[in-house]
Design a protein around this ligand. Sequence first.
Ligand SMILES: O=C(O)COP(=O)(O)O
Ligand SMILES: [Mg+2]
Length: 222
Amino acid sequence: MQPIAYDIIGFDLDGTLVDTSEDIMAAVNHALADIGRGPLDRATVEHLIGGGTVRMLTRAAQRGGSLDDVDIDALHERFRDYYKAHIAVHSHPYPGVAETLDALRDVGLTLGVATNKGEAMADRLLSAIGLRDRFACLIGGDTLAHGKPHPAMLEELTRRCGGGRTAYVGDSEYDVQAARNAGVPVVVMSFGYANLPALDLGADAVLDRFDELPGRLARLGG
Ligand SMILES: O=C(O)COP(=O)(O)O
Ligand SMILES: [Mg+2]
């Protein structure tokens, strides 16, 4: 592998490392059904992923009518209970993820996760699919006072991963903006859940396959 000019590679979770939308859709629809709202389809749910669970549930409830009679905390609890018990029924790493993470670790890089998903849920998901041990640290949407696009998450990731130069890998506008705000370069995976075409997100690089990542990181410079 060509040398990579970074010490730490941070990863987004949903839509970047793991295809989670089917299980998230099932949990969202379970919560919506409990308040008498109809289900959303998978494409719609994918557009709601990326900004954190509360934002997703608020926007999901808004689609079915007024928010006036919706208790978002209660909706969140219903979502959480169901999702926790069904977190990896269909969710799976995208092709090449495990091998690529291993290759990056083998050349001495420290890997971390910075996701807007709740920290406990992210930990549970990564453990269930056998990827948790690849990461030296995990920052969730509820770990700090602010999630992405606030820069704190990536700054904290760098700190918890031991300090050094960080590059970030994500799939959405939240990721590109968080990286810009934190002053770190960002690679976007085109297969994720962004609301814009990947090439329009303003990333430093856009990749269609995970195994292209080491080569592209080597060419990102520092
Ligand atoms: O929970 C979300 O909305 C998305 O999480 P992500 O930051 O891993 O894409
Ligand atoms: Mg994402």
